[in-house]
Design a protein around this ligand. Structure first.
Ligand code: FCB
Length: 445
């Protein structure tokens, strides 16, 4: 039966600091690129910002109580780098440390296992001003210093760590398309940001391990099965599928697990490939304890001669009805879990995997569609485990309706509805549905 996930499987929810905390300029926190970006008129679709968001900087207790009532095993949240180190390096903000201390202690008191992400896109603004964030190699070094500090301060209680969240999105949306902070539209910085994030990951893993031996450290990648846009693709289109896959998925997977980048991709994109120094790839290939996978849907690749270098247009949508899921519609692709898992088994040594994000949009309290989504995606995940994948946990995105980046507060993805004006929480039907699924695990009974 799909609903049984085995003895040690954990269920949780995920959030990120800028999307929920608020308190953007309080108690010594430094600015991040997201503070600046969201304050720039026209950047956020509904004109909102993360200034207050879900106000968890002032009240996380309420949400932890709710998590407990929903019998969650774990909670994935991120640390705001500029709350801990206002300039991104050097001076440490004691009040920032105190905040995460209280958060971690409260989770542990309630029996909820913390999974901490170190970088969920909110680069300290000072590092952006000086080095253009991860476009500068220096930022990778400062990231490792910050990771070391976090491991030293919280590693006695937090055992599960995620260095980066979705480095592709940060590089692509933030530095190439300009739709996310810092809002740069510069294809020439894209690969620098990508490479330096991975370098930062490797250096952070080394630094954290030097501080403690007992940490589980992984990296979270967004993953997309790539399909040809047309149902009967030409050879050229299949080439586009391969290019898109290398650009989005394999660059990061191969870097971390094989210590190299796809040669074919670099041959095509040679004018914009980053400078790789001797030793970089070995640093990036640090052994990790798990792969974090964020999976929502697939992508479609189409041959377009006029797109520079890649010659490929990549889209989330496809109007061809034959690609639509019978229940979930055009964007639903639960089978993706099985396809990705097969790839990790066959080509990446079957690493331990946590699904660190998966979820869907929908504002209603009686969110039947979200329940259908969960049913289909979790069945596929269960099948992937049956096929031999070492998948150890599932985190729903998100715990709360939060600040969904350039879509703002209007985009609702939570198991819990949040009225952002009053900060009132209401658990959605899907929240109770997930609670019942967890309660029915044989290991719990
Ligand atoms: C992922 C992000 C996460 C959230 C979800 C919907 O790309 O990691 O912060 O925005 O998408």
């Amino acid at each position: 039966m799909f609903s049984q996930f085995g003895k040690n499987f954990i269920f949780g929810t995920a959030t990120a600091a800028y999307q929920i905390e608020g308190g953007w300029n309080e108690d010594g926190k430094g600015l991040s690129i997201w503070d600046k970006f969201a304050h720039t008129p026209g950047k956020i679709r509904d004109g909102s910002s993360g200034d207050l968001a879900c106000n968890t900087y002032h009240d996380f207790q309420t949400d932890i109580e709710i998590m407990k009532s929903l019998t969650m095993d774990a909670y994935r949240f991120s640390i705001s780098w500029s709350r801990l180190m206002p300039e991104g390096r050097g001076a440490v903000n004691q009040k920032g440390l105190d905040y995460y201390d209280r958060l971690v202690d409260t989770l542990l008191e309630k029996g909820i296992r913390p999974f901490v992400t170190l970088f969920h896109w909110d680069t300290p603004y000072a590092l952006y001003e000086k080095y253009k964030g991860f476009a500068g190699r220096e930022t990778a070094n400062y990231f490792a210093e910050y990771a070391l500090l976090a491991a030293q301060k919280f590693g006695d209680r937090v055992k599960d760590w995620i260095t980066l969240n979705e480095p592709w999105e940060h590089a692509m949306m933030g530095h190439f398309l300009g739709e996310h902070a810092p809002g740069l539209k510069n294809p020439w910085t894209y690969f620098k940001v990508a490479h330096h994030q991975l370098l930062g990951h490797g250096l952070a893993v080394q630094a954290m391990r030097s501080a403690r031996r007992d940490l589980n450290i992984g990296v979270t990648l967004s993953q997309f099965p790539v399909y040809p846009a047309s149902f009967e693709p030409s050879q050229k289109e299949m080439d586009s599928v391969e290019m898109a896959d290398m650009f989005i998925n394999r660059f990061y997977l191969d870097g971390v697990f094989k210590g190299k980048y796809p040669e074919k991709l670099f041959a095509r994109l040679w004018p914009i490939v980053p400078k790789i120094l001797q030793g970089d790839m070995a640093t990036i290939q640090q052994p990790v304890d798990f792969l974090g996978v964020n999976y929502y849907s697939r992508l479609f690749a189409e041959r377009k001669w006029y797109i520079p270098f890649l010659k490929t247009w990549i889209d989330r949508s496809n109007s061809d009805e034959r690609y639509a899921h019978p229940v979930l519609g055009v964007h639903g692709y639960p089978e993706g879990f099985k396809e990705l898992a097969k790839r990790y088994r066959e080509e990446y040594g079957n690493p331990a995997v946590y699904i660190t994000e998966n979820g869907t949009v929908g504002g209603e309290i009686s969110d039947k569609n979200r329940i259908r989504y969960l049913t289909h995606y979790l069945s596929s995940l269960r099948e992937a485990i049956d096929e031999g994948s070492d998948i150890r946990g599932y985190f729903y995105w998100s715990l709360l309706d939060n600040f969904e980046w350039n879509s703002g507060l209007a985009c609702r993805m939570g198991l819990i509805h949040v009225d952002h004006a009053t900060q009132q929480r209401t658990i959605r039907e899907s929240g109770f549905w997930l609670r019942d699924l967890i309660a029915n695990q044989e290991s719990r009974r």
